[in-house]
Ligand binder design. Structure first.
Ligand SMILES: *Cc1c(COP(=O)(O)O)cnc(C)c1O
Length: 218
């Protein structure tokens, strides 16, 4: 199957209201351009350097989402390149994004990344810390929380991810009811190639798909 066929099939199968991020790590500008031509509107990149490499070759107006682990020394470049940062998991990184955006006169939409599996080595804020982090970010002027993102633990069986997606949706709903100023619970980003159908059943409206679009990574 070609990238074009993959994108068209996935887009035709997604329920209304669910948006697709093409997770493009390791892919060439040509591959990304083909995906865009087939209908992709959002490109997800894990590394600032990779985004910088392909960015000049993509002429179409698409939205760029940062979906990797963001280091403080990469924030300055990241806020220039990206339209959304899906992986904010500390006040420290939020403050840095806010500061760099203020310098550019830019406003950044962000998602808070939840470590729904409570895995010590993984990024994301622990479930019990999400509300406090969202409240702290809400005080910053140039950055706005518009939802949550989670990876969840990796399993062979995607069904095993369901409780972690469900937990993240519960936190999402809880925060929505709090009505915190400068916070919107609009996007719930969860699910990848093997798990996005289950994530959608559990309330995801943003899915990040790489392999099923571009094929196995080399
Ligand atoms: C690579 C990646 C994906 C997509 O993974 P696939 O299994 O290739 O679909 C989604 N989200 C993040 C954060 C990723 O790094």
């Amino acid at each position: 199957m070609s990238i074009t066929e993959n994108v068209k099939r996935i887009l035709s199968e997604l329920p209304p209201g669910v948006e697709l991020v093409a997770a493009a790590k390791t892919r060439t500008a040509e591959e990304i351009a083909e995906a865009i031509k087939a209908g992709i509107k959002i490109i997800g990149e894990n590394y600032v350097q990779e985004a910088e490499r392909v960015y000049p070759f993509i002429k179409e107006k698409v939205s760029w989402h940062f979906i990797g682990h963001l280091q403080k020394n990469k924030v300055k470049k990241a806020v220039r390149l990206f339209d959304m940062i899906e992986t904010v998991d500390s006040v420290k990184i939020a403050v840095e994004i806010d500061k760099r955006c203020a310098q550019l006169g830019k406003y950044m939409d962000v998602l808070v990344e939840v470590n729904s599996g409570r895995e010590p080595q993984k990024s994301g804020i622990m479930p019990e810390g999400v509300e406090e982090l969202v409240r702290q970010i809400s005080a910053l002027e140039h950055i706005k929380v518009i939802g949550l993102m989670t990876m969840g633990p990796r399993f062979g069986d995607p069904e095993a991810s369901r409780p972690y997606f469900r937990l993240t949706k519960e936190i999402f709903d809880k925060i929505r009811t709090l009505g915190i100023p400068n916070v919107e619970m609009r996007y719930l980003s969860m699910g990848m190639s093997n798990s996005y159908k289950i994530a959608i059943e559990e309330g995801a409206n943003l899915v990040r798909i790489g392999t099923k679009i571009f094929g196995e990574r080399g």
